[in-house]
Design a protein around this ligand. Structure first.
Ligand SMILES: [Zn+2]
Length: 105
């Protein structure tokens, strides 16, 4: 069960804080969920914002959105959630290198 993040409707620069808190509090490889998103466009903005924040902070961030299947915390208009995970940048590079090696055959 991923951590739940409180509803946020603040400007996009705050994504840096979300990613920083995730790394500081949970470390790498732990998924958090951002919920209470009402539109697909905003879901995409949040997804991209998390990745951009990762670049700002020098960590690797994986993020994706999914449709809300009815949560108690996101409110009635909640339609999308974004899940995000931070990875150690050095390990992420290793992983990508391994992955591309494997796909070469
Ligand atoms: Zn929801």
């Amino acid at each position: 069960m991923p951590h739940q993040v409180r509803i946020i409707s603040r400007p996009i620069r705050d994504f840096d804080d979300h990613v920083r808190h995730l790394v500081e509090e949970d470390g790498y490889g732990v998924e958090r969920e951002y919920y209470g998103i009402t539109t697909r466009a905003r879901a995409d903005e949040v997804r991209r914002g998390m990745r951009t924040a990762g670049r700002h902070l020098g960590v690797s961030v994986r993020s994706y959105w999914r449709t809300c299947d009815g949560c108690e915390l996101g409110g009635e208009s909640c339609a999308y959630h974004v899940r995000f995970t931070a990875y150690d940048p050095a390990r992420a590079r290793e992983y990508m290198a391994r992955k591309s090696k494997n796909s070469e055959r």
